[in-house]
Design a protein around this ligand. Structure first.
Ligand SMILES: Cc1ncc(COP(=O)(O)O)c(C=O)c1O
Length: 381
């Protein structure tokens, strides 16, 4: 049987790193994981309690496609609490993770062949999902002086049907401030491009508060998730906010693609929204880890790093050390016992000379990882 040409998407290189790390561990080695992009903590205690109750009292069948009404309402309230934005709960759609929201939004907004701008470096699945849907991802090569984020001038003449941004971003952790976000929204609207804002790392910010696109316009899709701040990656639950006149369009697609997000996860997510104190404790760990990274990475020799405003990543330009980040990462794993992600996942062009370090694990792990990196780098001199 033949495969479609749109199914020929690239693998996630970080998965190969994880597999190599697993094999090393199987062989008895102790590996520090700076490759994984997820919290090592589980879902908040309140979420687990709520699910425990639901397991006893609720058949947990399908929910309506747009999600549990009380969850949509509570998510809308979050926009009031976090950003002072008055959001109509009818505009909130619960999704199977933000990954499910990408499928829904790209399907709802674009026609086959449409060109959609994404920042490079950026989260790899944007490109692969766009390709798998028969759309054309357009890499926007971002500049260090723009915090490795797209700027308005990048859209000129690109004939984009859409622009996808992320703030804080993966792999860089950099953010768009209000002025930068506003100017991108204006530029996208001027070009007739739909604006999609991936806000999955909101809540994980260290210097300034992240700006939601909804503070600036209602004419956008905002995507978020319980995976990162709420520490619920495996639960596969997220949400998106769409303009009022798009709700029914997305609802019809969601009914057919997914029926609904997992009911059990929606119950847990509703309770997680009232567990902010526990989430803030996790955030304090990331803040401490980030400080250690900012001190330790340059000392080890990784001096060219993007300003890590949020999320739990540091993205380093290692062009003075290698032009093959994949084999460099393999060497770091083998010689230092630290798993890191080569930049090629995030930027097919310049990623050969970049690495992403994640600091989502425990502080003890980060300290040990930094010590190993310093030792290894010293041994190369
Ligand atoms: C920027 C970004 N968006 C989306 C996702 C996918 O998240 P979810 O678990 O909500 O599908 C990730 C995962 O790492 C990410 O880094």
């Amino acid at each position: 049987m033949r495969n479609s040409s749109r199914s020929s998407v690239d693998p996630f290189i970080v998965m190969d790193v994880m597999e190599a790390a697993r094999k090393a561990e199987e062989g008895g080695r102790h590996i520090i994981h700076m490759e994984v992009g997820q919290p090592s903590t589980g879902a908040p205690a309140g979420a687990l309690r709520a699910l425990g109750n639901a397991l006893e009292n609720n058949a947990l069948g399908y929910t309506v496609a747009l999600g549990l009404p009380e969850l949509r309402k509570r998510i809308a309230q979050l926009y009031g609490d976090w950003y002072n934005v008055d959001l109509n709960p009818e505009r909130v759609i619960v999704t199977p993770g933000s990954s499910g929201a990408f499928l829904l939004s790209f399907t709802a907004l674009f026609d086959s062949g449409d060109r959609v701008g994404i920042g490079a470096p950026g989260y790899p699945s944007y490109r692969q999902i766009l390709k798998a849907l028969g759309l054309t991802p357009v890499d926007i090569q971002t500049a260090p002086e723009n915090r490795l984020q797209p700027v308005a001038a990048d859209l000129k003449g690109q004939k984009l049907a859409g622009l996808m941004v992320a703030s804080p971003a993966n792999p860089t952790g950099t953010m768009l401030d209000r002025a930068a976000m506003g100017s991108l929204i204006n530029a996208a609207q001027a070009e007739g491009a739909s604006f999609i804002s991936d806000e999955i790392y909101h809540g994980l910010e260290y210097e300034a508060k992240a700006v939601t696109a909804l503070e600036l316009t209602d004419e956008c899709y905002v995507i978020n998730s319980f995976s990162k701040f709420f520490s619920m990656t495996g639960w596969r639950v997220g949400w998106m906010v769409v303009p009022e006149d798009h709700v029914r369009v997305v609802e019809r697609i969601a009914q057919n693609m997914f029926i609904c997000a997992p009911h059990a996860s929606q119950v847990a997510a509703l309770a997680a929204l009232d567990c902010e104190d526990e989430m803030r404790e996790n955030l304090a760990v990331y803040a401490r880890n980030r400080q250690l990274m900012l001190e330790g990475l340059p000392k080890a020799g990784f001096t060219k790093i993007a300003p890590p405003d949020g999320a739990f990543y540091v993205y380093a330009d290692v062009s003075d050390l290698t032009d093959d980040s994949r084999s460099f990462a393999a060497e770091v794993l083998e010689k230092a016992g630290v798993a890191v992600t080569p930049g090629l996942d995030f930027d097919p062009v310049r990623g050969a000379t970049t690495l992403r370090f994640s600091y989502a694990r425990s502080t003890a792990d980060i300290e040990e990882g930094l010590a190993r990196l310093a030792l290894y780098m010293a041994s190369r001199d």
